[in-house]
Design a protein around this ligand. Structure first.
Ligand code: ZN
Ligand code: ZN
Length: 120
């Protein structure tokens, strides 16, 4: 139990540090996000921390990974946006990498693979 508590606390602390805000409302949103997503964030190995611009507030969104697959989480407004990838040949959604796995997406109908990190 102590391990879990420490894990959760350090995760919240990590997210708050990334958000770097003193706004209590924003901090509460981040803490709520951490509380409602049980898995600790996975920083993809090799790629390090990956960020993008939030589509809502244009601040920094951080790449996270929950049980559904990878997603962007804005450290400022709490906006969450799933990361998806389509096969350019079959025009179907590709299968996201497993949690903690390298960023390797696979097409369910052909043998094409892709990476959302390739272009950056
Ligand atoms: Zn935002
Ligand atoms: Zn395909």
């Amino acid at each position: 139990m102590n391990d879990f508590v420490d894990e959760a606390r350090s995760r919240v602390a990590h997210l708050l540090r990334m958000a770097n805000t003193t706004d209590d409302r924003l901090r509460a949103q981040i803490i709520e996000y951490a509380d409602t997503t049980p898995e600790p964030p996975v920083i993809s190995r090799g790629a390090g921390i990956v960020t993008t611009g939030c589509s809502r507030c244009l601040r920094t969104a951080w790449r996270q990974h929950d049980s559904e697959g990878p997603l962007w989480v804005c450290g400022t407004c709490g906006h969450v946006e799933p990361i998806t990838m389509r096969c350019p040949e079959c025009d179907v959604d590709m299968i996201p990498p497993r949690m903690g796995a390298p960023d390797r997406w696979e097409c369910p109908t052909c043998d094409r693979v892709g990476s959302t990190l390739a272009s950056s």
